[in-house]
Design a protein around this ligand. Sequence first.
Ligand SMILES: *Cc1c(COP(=O)(O)O)cnc(C)c1O
Length: 319
Amino acid sequence: MSDLPTFDDVAAAAQRLAGHAHRTPVLRSATANARHQAEFFFKCENLQRMGAFKFRGAFNALSKFTPAQRERGVIAFSSGNHAQAIALAARLLGMPAVILMPLDAPQAKIDATRGYGAEVIGFDRYKEDREALTRRVADERGMTLVPPFDHADVIAGQGTAAKELIEEVGALDLLFVPLGGGGLLSGSALSARALAPHCKVYGVEPEAGNDAQQSFRKGEIVHIPVPTTLADGAQTQHVGQLTFGVIRRNVDDVLTASDEQLVQAMRFFAERMKMVVEPTGCLGLAGALHGGLDITGKRVGVIISGGNVDLARYAQLVA
Ligand SMILES: *Cc1c(COP(=O)(O)O)cnc(C)c1O
C-alpha cells in the first residue's frame, strides 16, 4: 500500500506538535531494573496534555485541515481519550468540535469533553447506528470526521512519542507499546524502525480481546465481539486497515496481558514511581514482564499511554 504513513510523516508531525504537545518525561526505576535485571525507560504519556498520547494524533490531524475545513470544524465519536484529545486540539486551533458519545458514557468523561469546549451529542448505542448518525451530522454541518486510529495523520502524530523516547535515550533493544486499534503501535514502529533499526517492537493488548494477535498471526484483520477487560482504552474489536498495514510490516509480535497483570503494574507505578496510570496504560509494562520474552540485560522501552481513570475505581483496584 503506497498510502501508508512513513517515518517522514512522523517527523513532520513532530514539527507541528512542537510547542503544543508536552515533551513528556522519560522516567527510570532502579527498583524495576534490579528486580528484572534489565534497564527500563518509561515514556510517560500519562503526563501528556489531557492525560494520554492521543493529543498527539488529534493535534497533528487537525493542524492539517484546510482553512475551509477549520471553519466547519471536526467531528469524532468516542467515549474515551480520543474525545478529549479532539476537543482540546480543536479548542487550541480555534475550530468547532462535535463529539458523539453514548448516552451511558461516564458523566466525568462527558463533562471533561464539554470542559474543553466541544459540543457533545449523546446517542443510544443499543438503538442508533453510530456511524450513520456521525455521517448525518457531518454532512449537515460540513464537518470533517477524524477517527481514533485508522488515519495516516493520527498514526504519524502518535509515532512522535516513541521518536522522542529514542532520541532522548538512544537505541533500545525492545519496545513495548499498548495496543487497541493500533494507532500508537504503528506510529511507534515507524519511529523505532527509522531510529533504532535493531529494536524489536511489540504491541500488547488485553488477553480478553486478542484480535490483533490473531490478525498478526493470520495475516488478515480478525474481528471479535467487544471484549470485557479493565483496559477500556483497548476494547477495540479490530485493528484498522492502515494500522494493520504498518503493523504487519514493522512489528515483531503482538503479546497479551491479563487484567490481573495490569493491576499489578498499576500498583507498581503508584507505589514505586508515584504515578497514576490507567489500566490500558499498563499494557506495555505487563507485556514486558509477562509476555514470555527474555529481557535480561536489555534496554527496554515501555510506553505508558495514559493516566485517565476514575479515582474511586482506581482506589479500588490498587487497594
Ligand atoms: C487509545 C488508547 C490506547 C490504544 O491506542 P490505539 O492507537 O487505539 O492502539 C492505549 N492506551 C490509552 C491510554 C488509550 O487512550
